[in-house]
Design a protein. Structure first.
Ligand SMILES: [Zn+2]
Length: 266
């Protein structure tokens, strides 16, 4: 009987502990929880820069259509998140103005949407880039192509401090920067490739690192998504259809939603 009472007392004591110490443990109301409130969506290329050319499509048009759909899904399903587009028509924002728009607006996320191309017409699939230099030589063709839009801009030598997209030496400067947002960028990139592979049934070529100007100068987690190869006729055909664009956009939207839930818990 005595043992029973002791047990009971111990139990009451254990139950009471949270009430005694609860007041000393910082809770949610004391620590402002992070909320993802603003996203910049960047449709790659535009205007006089068509980007990659498929047999029947231009990269800038595919990018814009997919980007506008991602924005539409976010607006419809995440009313607390503001969407800002770097372009919502066939205009030509300078490469450096795209991350600048995200920085000036203090955005929580930057997502740049592109379509790929390769001399090997059989290459297909999706890939998502985060800023980094690991193994980037393997992707140097894409790096060169995506950065070389700078050359179309007037006064680019002064604006980009002599950076030459075609010269590997130019990329030495990227090594000097460390990105605090690297792990969050990686996490979003993983969510995107997982959605492409598991929910849309695309071939995922994986998450990769590359020194892309548009990702380098942002001060928030940032990724660049390649939704498929316009040089591959089957994939180009898929990306030209309404359903194809909707599938890819909803995959990116769901990845952003998963990422948002993940970082708002942590
Ligand atoms: Zn592109």
């Amino acid at each position: 009987m005595e043992r029973f009472n002791n047990k009971k007392n111990l139990l009451s004591f254990l139950i009471a502990i949270p009430f005694f110490f609860g007041g000393f443990i910082p809770n949610e109301t004391m620590m402002p929880a992070f909320r993802m409130k603003k996203i910049v969506l960047d449709a790659g290329h535009g205007g006089k820069d068509p980007g990659n050319l498929g047999a029947r499509s231009k990269e800038k048009d595919i990018n814009l259509a997919v980007t506008l759909l991602v924005g539409k899904y976010i607006k419809e399903n995440m009313p607390d998140v503001e969407v800002i587009y770097t372009r919502d028509d066939d205009s030509f924002p300078a490469l450096k103005d795209r991350p600048k728009l995200a920085n000036n607006n203090k955005a929580d996320l930057f997502v740049s949407i592109h379509s790929n191309s390769a001399p090997n017409k059989s290459a297909f699939g999706t890939e998502t880039f985060v800023m980094g230099t690991k193994n980037f030589e393997a992707n140097f063709d894409i790096v060169k192509k995506e950065n070389s839009v700078i050359l179309l801009e007037e006064n680019h030598e002064a604006e980009y401090e002599g950076f030459d997209p075609a010269s590997p030496e130019s990329y030495m400067m990227f090594n000097l920067m460390s990105k605090a947002n690297f792990s969050n960028s990686l996490s979003l990139a993983d969510h995107i490739e997982t959605q492409f592979r598991d929910r849309v049934g695309r071939k995922s070529r994986g998450v990769k690192q590359a020194p892309l100007w548009v990702l380098w100068t942002t001060s928030m987690p940032s990724v660049l998504v390649e939704v498929g190869f316009l040089s591959n006729s089957t994939e180009e055909q898929f990306l030209m259809t309404k359903e194809g664009k909707e599938y890819m956009a909803s995959a990116i939207y769901r990845a952003i939603k998963d990422y948002k839930e993940q970082i708002e818990i942590n």
